[in-house]
Design a protein around this ligand. Structure first.
Ligand SMILES: C[S@@+](CC[C@H](N)C(=O)[O-])C[C@H]1O[C@@H](n2cnc3c(N)ncnc32)[C@H](O)[C@@H]1O
Length: 169
């Protein structure tokens, strides 16, 4: 079971659907973080960052180096999403770098076929309830991990597939 009582990094975060953001459900982040021990959230605001080190729009996380980091990336879902996934894939090729992405499972897109297929993909059963949203998302989600041989990056950690059955529905 996912422990929904575990510590939140941003206790003062105010989730609002009015922001139009798809903020990661805290229990999903906590579950992945227990396995991957993330060090960087490259697309965030001061209010919704998931790790102590993070980049905001002002820093432009897309132009920063992610080398050597264990990155958790839930990117902006607009037109720029392909650039973020391209960056995640390229960063995963850099030494000691791991990028775990939470993405809409849009398997008909160019970015899915260009980049996601080069990673390890876990499709999430059911729909997630993103922060600030009272109902489940109108789209399915997936976790994509770069590089594909991510277990090598994680040594000496023990890694197990997360139980994602706790997702909505
Ligand atoms: C889907 S939300 C994810 C927020 C948070 N990291 C999480 O996982 O809940 C994407 C975030 O990326 C931020 N963002 C948009 N463009 C950005 C940029 N160029 N650099 C860094 N962050 C950016 C948005 O403000 C938004 O908070």
């Amino acid at each position: 079971m996912i422990d929904t009582t575990s510590k939140k990094f941003n206790k003062d975060v105010h989730f609002s659907s009015a922001t139009g953001e798809w903020e990661t459900p805290q229990h999903i982040f906590d579950h992945l973080d227990r396995e991957f021990h993330f060090t960087l959230d490259p697309c965030a605001t001061h209010g919704n960052a998931k790790t102590e080190r993070y980049y905001t729009k002002k820093d432009n996380g897309l132009t920063q180096s992610w080398k050597g980091e264990r990155v958790f990336m839930n990117p902006p879902y607009g037109r720029e999403i392909g650039k973020w996934i391209s960056k995640a894939w390229r960063s995963g090729l850099e030494e000691g770098t791991l990028v775990v992405c939470l993405l809409p499972a849009r398997t008909d897109t160019r970015w899915f076929h260009r980049y996601c297929v080069k990673g390890t993909i876990w499709f999430i059963k059911g729909r997630l309830k993103f922060g600030g949203h009272s109902s489940s998302a109108p789209f399915p989600s997936m976790i994509v991990i770069f590089p594909q041989n991510w277990k090598n990056v994680l040594v000496p950690l023990t890694v197990q597939s997360p139980e994602l059955k706790e997702t909505e529905k």
